[in-house]
Design a protein around this ligand. Sequence first.
Ligand code: ZN
Length: 283
Amino acid sequence: MEMLTPNVYTETKIRGCNPSIVFTTEGSVFIDTAQWLTTLLEMREFAKKRGPIKYLINTEGHIDHIFGNHWFAGESLVIGHEKLKDIFWTVADEKPCYEYSVDVLERQDPKGLPLMPSEEDYIVNYPQITFSENLTLKLGDTEFFLYHTPGHSDAQICVHVPKERVAFTGDTLFSGCQTWLHSADIKELLKTLDFLEGLEDVDYFVPGHGPVVSRDYIPKQRAFIYEWIAAVAQGVEKGWSLDECIARISFADRFPMDIGQEETMGYVQRTNVTKCYQYLTKK
Ligand SMILES: [Zn+2]
């Protein structure tokens, strides 16, 4: 775990999202829950030593951000965007989510396997508090500003904590690893990047995946998305079909996949081309 401020901790070196903790004078707020169960449970215990975990915020509904919600059920209130329910606990890479998670544990976190409940006992812990545009949460001495920041997914949000000068962007930002556009609305994503760039009182941007970055990373993320669009636009101009674009365009050599997700490189390249193609051709 990495300490960003005496009240903010994040873990960027495990598979899946970067789960994080913000401490206040009245307990803590947890942001996103990871798939490596042993690390998640260690973080949960670490947080509880300083008081109750009052809230759990999900920045999106993809499995790598919500899988561990089970372990907060009945203890912390879950907060997310109102559209989160639409994709919460749906299929992941064409595998049912429970099966997908067990497979991850078997291969990458075997010590977590015995901690996994049976499928019947697993609690799909949906948000109890939802919002559409913005939500302000006050806990003890700390204010949390939650913004709807669609693009990577419909239900995407950003959590800004000005007191700690930190913004948790979820998968609007990927640093040092491949950018997933598989469920993206590219037009919205570009608007959201502008929004984040204009957010004041932030020193640390905690991305969905990869190391913590500063504001100067946002133009780089934007530029990479434009590179994807430009490469596909050249294909479209040459009259290539979507399948031809998929066969010929790849940025696989640019960044590795995030930790533990090496096998998804082909999927990401294919779906990124598809999203850019749809964006350009409206097909
Ligand atoms: Zn993610």
